[in-house]
Write a protein that binds this ligand. Structure first.
Ligand code: SPV
Ligand code: MG
Length: 553
C-alpha cells in the first residue's frame, strides 16, 4: 500500500512504515533518489514533487538555521527540525547524522529518538566530532575504524524497529586516503552491520566513484552524493548499480538564490509590483500548509456559532430642524463629543460583533465616508420616505438583520437584548416614552400599541405583540415609542421584502415611513414582537436633542 494521508489529522501517517519505505529504497534494484530538504516546507515540496525519500542534509539544516555545518546546531535542535519535516510528509527521511553526535553511546540515544519521531534512517560519517563539511579544507582526520564500527554496532543494537537503516559514510576519498582505504573501511562497516555504504567524493568528475562501485561489486547498497561531479550523466551511476543518489543541497541553494533576488529587488524598487508574479502566492502557502483540512476539522470539532446579523442604517435625510449644523453634511455626521453620530453607531454595532454594516446615504452623500461600510444611495431622498430609503438596501435584507435609524444613540445593552429576542420581526420600544416628552404631538414620534403595556418586576417575560403603530393610535392606547431599532430574522427579512414589493405595487412605497410598513405587516397577519426598554436612548432631531446627546454620553 502507498503512503496515505490521514483524513482527520494534519500530521501524516504512512503505511508501510517510513522505516520500511527507506529500507526498500536502499535495497531496490533500481537507482532511487533522495531530495534534500531542511525544514517542513521544503520536505513537503520534495514529496509534492514526487520524490520517494528525503535527505535531511546537515549542511542545509545548519544553513537554514543560520549556523555553520560544524555541529553548531545541537543534535536535539536538529531533531526538532526533523520532527517538523516528518510530521509534514509521508515519505521517509534519511538524516545526515554527521559523526553520530558523539561516541557509541550518543549514537544509541540518537537512534532511539529518531525512531520515536519516525525518521527512516541515519547516515553517519567516519570523521571526528565536531565535524567539518567535506568540501572544506584537505586531509580531515578520519575516525578510528574500530571505534566507528562500534558506533555502527551500537546503533544497530539499539534500534527498536528492525527496518530502521544505518548508512555508513566513508570519507577516505575526501580526506585523500585513496581507494584501498575506502574499500577497507566500507567492508569493515558492512561487517559491523551497516545497511548501506555512502561513498563520498569531492572531485569534479566521477572517476573514483565509478571505480569504487566497480570494485565494491554490490556487496551492500551504495549511496552517492554527486554535488561536485554533477556533470556526470545519471545513467552512468544507474549502469554502475548505484542504489541511491542524493541531491544533497539543491533546495537550500535554490531558496538562497531566490530570497536574494527578491530581497534585492524589493530593496531597490521599494515596491512589490515587480516581484509579485515571480513568487509563490499566499494561497499557495495555505495549500501547502493544508489549511483545507483545518477548515474541515473546524466544522467537525468547533461548536457551531450563530452568524451575527448584518445591519442596515438609514441615514439619507438631512435633518432640517438642525439648520446650519447640517448645511455641509447630514445629521448622521454631526459631531457628538468628538465623533460623528454614525461612527458611534458603527462602534456600538461592532461591539456586538456586527461587522457587515450597510448605510443608505442621501443628503451630501459624499460626506458620509467612514471606512469598512457598504454604502448604497437614495438619490431621491428629497422626495421619498423611509421605506424607499430602506428599499435601496434591499440586497442586504436577508438572513438576520438589524435595521436602525441613523440618528439615534442608545445604551449598549439594548442591542444584545434585541438580537436575542424571539420573533421574526422585533421592535425595541421605549415604555417610558412619556418621560422623554409628555406631549405625543410635540414632534414626529413612532408610537406603538402592544398587546399589553410594559410591566415592571420579574414576570415581564411573556411575549408582547404589536397591535398598532403610527399616529392614529388613540392616546390612551399608546404603550411606548419605537426607538428606531428593529431586528428581522431570515423569515422577517422575507416578510419585509414582500410587503415592500406590495407597497411598490400599490404606489405607497415612495412616501411611506417605516411605521406604515410595520402597520401594514400586522394587518396582513405578520406577528411583530415588541421588546420593551425603559429609556436609555435618544434621537437627534433638533438643537435640544443635540444638547441632550452631548450629555447622554
Ligand atoms: C550534507 O548535505 O550535509 C552532506 C553532504 O553531508 S556534503 O555536504 O556533500 O558533505
Ligand atoms: Mg552533512
Amino acid at each position: 500500500m502507498r503512503a496515505v494521508k490521514s483524513e482527520a489529522m494534519a500530521i501524516q501517517t504512512s503505511d508501510p512504515s517510513k522505516f520500511r519505505q527507506l529500507r526498500t529504497l536502499l535495497e531496490s534494484a533500481d537507482t532511487e533518489f533522495l531530495m534534500e530538504a531542511h525544514n517542513g516546507i521544503s520536505a513537503k515540496i520534495a514529496e509534492e514533487t514526487g520524490f520517494k525519500g528525503i535527505w535531511a542534509s546537515g549542511l542545509s539544516i545548519s544553513a537554514a538555521l543560520g549556523v555553520r555545518d560544524s555541529n553548531e546546531a545541537s543534535w536535539t535542535q536538529v531533531l526538532e527540525v526533523l520532527e517538523f519535516m516528518a510530521d509534514a510528509t509521508t515519505i521517509p527521511i534519511l538524516v545526515d547524522g554527521d559523526t553520530g553526535y558523539g561516541n557509541f553511546n550518543n549514537m544509541r540515544r540518537a537512534v532511539q529518538k529518531l525512531i520515536q519521531r519516525g525518521i527512516g534512517g541515519i547516515c553517519i560519517e567516519d570523521k571526528l566530532f565536531p565535524k567539518t563539511n567535506s568540501f572544506i579544507g584537505e586531509g580531515q582526520p578520519l575516525a578510528d575504524i574500530d571505534e566507528f564500527c562500534g558506533k555502527i554496532k551500537a546503533g544497530k543494537d539499539s534500534q527498536t524497529d528492525a527496518d530502521f537503516s544505518i548508512v555508513a559514510r566513508v570519507e577516505a576519498l575526501i580526506s585523500g586516503w585513496g581507494m584501498e582505504e575506502a574499500l577497507k573501511r566500507a567492508e569493515a562497516y558492512r561487517k559491523a552491520g551497516a545497511d548501506a555504504i555512502l561513498i563520498h567524493s569531492k572531485r569534479n568528475d566521477a572517476i573514483e566513484i565509478l571505480q569504487f562501485l566497480k570494485e565494491w561489486a554490490n556487496r551492500a547498497p551504495v549511496v552517492i552524493v554527486p554535488t561536485t561531479y554533477y556533470k556526470t550523466p545519471t545513467k552512468e551511476f544507474q549502469d554502475a548499480k548505484t542504489s541511491v543518489i542524493i541531491w544533497a543541497n539543491h533546495n537550500i541553494r535554490a531558496s538562497i538564490a531566490a530570497m536574494r533576488d527578491v530581497s534585492a529587488r524589493i530593496q531597490r524598487e521599494q515596491f512589490l509590483g515587480g516581484v509579485e508574479d515571480n513568487i509563490a502566492t499566499v494561497n499557495d502557502i495555505f495549500n501547502l500548509a493544508g489549511n483545507a483540512e483545518l477548515s474541515q476539522a473546524e466544522k467537525r470539532y468547533l461548536p457551531v456559532t450563530k452568524p451575527m446579523p448584518r445591519a442596515i442604517v438609514l441615514a439619507a435625510s438631512r435633518g432640517n430642524e438642525l439648520g446650519g449644523l447640517t448645511e455641509h453634511h447630514p445629521k448622521c455626521m454631526i459631531d457628538i463629543r468628538g465623533q460623528p453620530l454614525l461612527r458611534r453607531m458603527v462602534s456600538t454595532l461592532n461591539e456586538e460583533k456586527i461587522r457587515e454594516i450597510a448605510v443608505v446615504r442621501g443628503y451630501k452623500k459624499e460626506t458620509v465616508n467612514l471606512p469598512s461600510i457598504d454604502y448604497v444611495d437614495n438619490d431621491r431622498y428629497m422626495v421619498t420616505g423611509e421605506v424607499a430609503t430602506l428599499a435601496c438596501a434591499e440586497k442586504f435584507i436577508k438572513g438576520d438583520v438589524i435595521v436602525s435609524y441613523g440618528d439615534i444613540l442608545f445604551r449598549h445593552y439594548i442591542l444584545p437584548l434585541l438580537i436575542n429576542a424571539e420573533g421574526d420581526i422585533v421592535l425595541a420600544v421605549d415604555a417610558l416614552w412619556r418621560e422623554r416628552d409628555p406631549d405625543p404631538q410635540s414632534h414626529v414620534r413612532d408610537l406603538v400599541q402592544g398587546s399589553r403595556p410594559f410591566r415592571t418586576g420579574y414576570l415581564d417575560d411573556d411575549a408582547v405583540h404589536l397591535k398598532g403603530m403610527g399616529r392614529d393610535i388613540k392616546a390612551d392606547n399608546v404603550h411606548g415609542e419605537w426607538i428606531g431599532l428593529a431586528k428581522l430574522s431570515a423569515k422577517g427579512s422575507e416578510l419585509v421584502k414582500a410587503e415592500m414589493a406590495a407597497m411598490r405595487a400599490d404606489g405607497t412605497a415612495e412616501n411611506a415611513d417605516l411605521t406604515m410598513l410595520f402597520a401594514r405587516l400586522i394587518k396582513s397577519g405578520a406577528d411583530i414582537r415588541v421588546l420593551y426598554v425603559t429609556g436609555h436612548w435618544l434621537d437627534v432631531d433638533n438643537a435640544t436633542d443635540l444638547e441632550n446627546a452631548q450629555k447622554f454620553l
